[in-house]
Design a protein around this ligand. Structure first.
Ligand SMILES: C[S@@+](CC[C@H](N)C(=O)[O-])C[C@H]1O[C@@H](n2cnc3c(N)ncnc32)[C@H](O)[C@@H]1O
Length: 444
């Protein structure tokens, strides 16, 4: 039996542990961690601390023997309930506004322990009818195995948890509760070390995330490890995505380019909705935008304006969004929504956003966006056309007819072979034919 571990030996082992896992122990934990290391060395029958340090680096079995001993897997369902309220009231509605009602929420519970946090997120998504793909990861193999098992003692449901989880569990023989498949199937688990540089990556499914919960783990790391983790987590998020940490966790605002939201129940960090480089020159130029006067609301619509009435620079972003929408409509919608936020006076961006919201399954969002486009540019033929299509879809047939008539009337005021602004290079004649077809469908 190994009975001694000098301070130097202990330091050597702990340095290796910190390099591999990020975990650093406080001085008041020295006795406890010394005893733990001696216990593991005995179990794996290694007497030399130097050899043990080498083995935890190169022998996966021994590394995990130690990891299981030094990690603290304390967790429970709906821990810090306000964080889940934040997801329900802010993260999900915001996501739907940007990408449409049917969009998939990509979430990650990083350092999920035995899975309660990841499953709590799955329950929020179930309750809000939010399609979701949720990843739970932890450094501990044992924790991941338990998470996949999804069977919990009553202690995991302390506090308010049972009121949320109750409908989704079934009693097992041994006074445990097992989560139902409905919730289990929403979450995938994998082992992942936050102190490694294995993320963001496609292989670990940690790219383009909308939400990361990384709670009650950063307290085990030092500032430089946390800075590296904050930077990697930031890069895992899509623009507009959120990182949620626990109320007792270190503040990360200065460690990556987050926009922090400080509340009395914790700090949340959002990845900024960024502009594509070209948009910098397209910042809303009020002098170039149509004037908003009461006149704009009167019928008939004003004469059509050439497409060049949009602010300089926005043509390029419009083209980028159109090109992107051919391969990835959700990504195009995200870029478009960012552009709209930064350039609220560019009618064509609202028009594109409406088109993308309609095709990605959010008719209500599309309706609101096309109304904004119309308000900004009542002379845009294609805005009336789209408005007609959306109103038709919503069953508002009179409103749909009115917009199709407007589109046709505006087309008739320009030469038949002139290209219609905001259209896919269609001429006035072609748009009139499309309008007539739509009107015929309404009256069928
Ligand atoms: C206290 S639990 C937090 C569980 C959950 N996030 C919560 O807040 O309830 C801390 C978890 O962090 C994990 N952990 C520690 N170091 C880690 C690392 N380097 N990478 C990933 N997980 C780690 C532990 O295994 C443990 O399951």
């Amino acid at each position: 039996m190994t009975s001694m571990l000098t301070d130097r030996d202990l330091e050597l082992v702990l340095q290796t542990v910190q390099r591999l896992t990020g975990i650093r122990f406080r001085s008041d934990q020295t006795d406890a961690i010394r005893a733990t290391i001696l216990r593991v060395m005995d179990r794996v029958e290694v007497r030399s601390p130097v050899q043990f340090a080498r083995l935890i680096e190169h022998d996966q079995q021994i590394y995990h023997e130690l990891v299981e001993e030094i990690t603290v897997g304390e967790t429970y369902f709906f821990r810090e309930p306000k964080h889940f309220e934040f997801v329900r009231r802010r993260v999900i509605p915001e996501l739907r506004m940007r990408r449409g009602d049917q969009t998939m929420l990509h979430a990650w519970s990083a350092a999920c322990a035995s899975g309660e946090e990841a499953y709590s997120l799955a329950i929020v998504c179930e309750e809000t009818h939010q399609p979701a793909s949720i990843l739970g990861t932890d450094i501990s193999r044992e924790a991941i195995a338990n998470a996949r098992e999804a069977t919990y003692r009553r202690w995991s449901f302390r506090g308010e948890a049972m009121s949320h989880v109750g409908p989704y569990v079934t009693q097992c023989d041994n006074d445990c509760l097992r989560l139902n498949p409905l919730i289990r199937k929403r979450v995938q688990f994998a082992q992942l070390n936050l102190a490694s540089d294995g993320y963001p990556s496609g292989a670990s499914r940690t790219q383009n995330l909308d939400l990361i919960f990384c709670r009650n783990v950063l307290i085990y790391f030092d500032a430089s490890t946390n800075a590296a983790i904050a930077d990697r987590l930031f890069r895992c998020l899509r623009p507009g995505g959120w990182l949620v940490t626990a109320s007792g966790d270190p503040i990360l605002s200065d460690m990556a380019d987050f926009v922090p939201t400080m509340t009395e129940f914790g700090s949340f960090y959002q990845r900024r909705l960024t502009l594509l480089p070209d948009m910098k020159s397209a910042k809303a130029d009020p002098s170039a935008a149509p004037r908003l006067t009461n006149k704009a609301k009167r019928e008939p619509p004003p004469p059509p304006q050439p497409a060049s009435s949009t602010p300089r620079g926005s043509d390029s972003i419009v083209r980028q969004i159109q090109a992107l929408s051919r391969s990835d409509q959700e990504a195009a919608l995200e870029v478009c929504s960012t552009a709209v936020e930064k350039n609220p006076l560019v009618a064509e961006l609202h028009f594109l956003q409406a088109k993308l919201l309609l095709t990605t399954g959010s008719p209500t969002g599309a309706f609101l966006a096309v109304q904004r486009a119309l308000f900004l540019d009542r002379s845009a033929i294609m805005v009336h056309f789209l408005c007609g299509s959306i109103q038709h879809k919503r069953g508002q047939l009179d409103a749909a007819r009115k917009h199709f008539f407007n589109a046709r009337e505006l087309c008739q005021r320009i030469p038949p072979d002139q290209m219609v602004p905001y259209s896919d290079r269609a001429t006035a004649t072609q748009i009139i034919a499309d309008v007539n077809a739509c009107l015929a469908r309404i009256d069928q």
